[in-house]
Design a protein around this ligand. Structure first.
Ligand code: 4NP
Length: 178
């Protein structure tokens, strides 16, 4: 009986290794911060040779921009840093909590909305704040909404995301998030 239990656990562990680890970036509209976070993390994943192990998507808690490309201002600012953002906006759904291993919100409002949408305690446990990984900016423990800001707001978001995504990926690689 005990042997059977141990073998099943091994099979499960093997299956988990074969499956790609899935990260969902979430902001309000899915046209500024989260598609940028997706682009930043995807480039880091590729640079570390992890593209066959980790997958990234993004979504918004508000569905009003569904189907749209990222905001042209974000595409321009990200483009200057070499990121081509081609994601089409979509709203986060309850089943995303089954599909993804880690769900990363950009600010407190995103975290509140995600906690409300999460269908179970296990699902709530997958939600984490991007601000937790910001190390290089002592004034921000969240990624601020740039939508009503000027150029400097978009540059700030990209600075924060480049810092935080590198630290987040360190933790994923280190097995912190299973
Ligand atoms: P995001 O920015 O959440 O970073 O995509 C926003 C995009 C759209 C709106 C607000 C924030 N909006 O009010 O439509």
């Amino acid at each position: 009986m005990l042997m059977k239990f141990v073998n099943l656990r091994k099979v499960k562990a093997t299956m988990n290794r074969e499956k790609r680890y899935k990260v969902l970036m979430v902001c309000l509209g899915n046209i500024c911060r989260s598609p940028a976070a997706q682009g930043v993390l995807e480039r880091l994943i590729a640079a570390r040779g992890l593209s066959d192990k980790i997958e990234v998507d993004s979504a918004g808690t508000y569905g009003g921009h569904s189907g749209q490309l990222p905001d042209s201002r974000m595409r321009n600012h990200a483009g200057r840093r070499g990121y081509t953002l081609t994601h089409r906006a979509r709203q986060v759904k309850a089943w995303d909590f089954d599909d993804f291993d880690l769900i990363v919100g950009m600010d407190d409002g995103n975290i509140r909305d995600l906690q409300r949408l999460a269908p179970s305690a296990a699902a709530r446990g997958k939600v984490v704040m991007m601000g937790r990984y910001i190390r290089n900016n002592r004034y921000y423990d969240y990624v601020p909404d740039p939508y009503y800001e000027g150029s400097e707001g978009f540059e700030l978001v990209l600075d924060l995301l480049e810092d935080a995504c590198a630290n987040l990926l360190d933790e994923i690689e280190g097995g912190m998030w299973q």
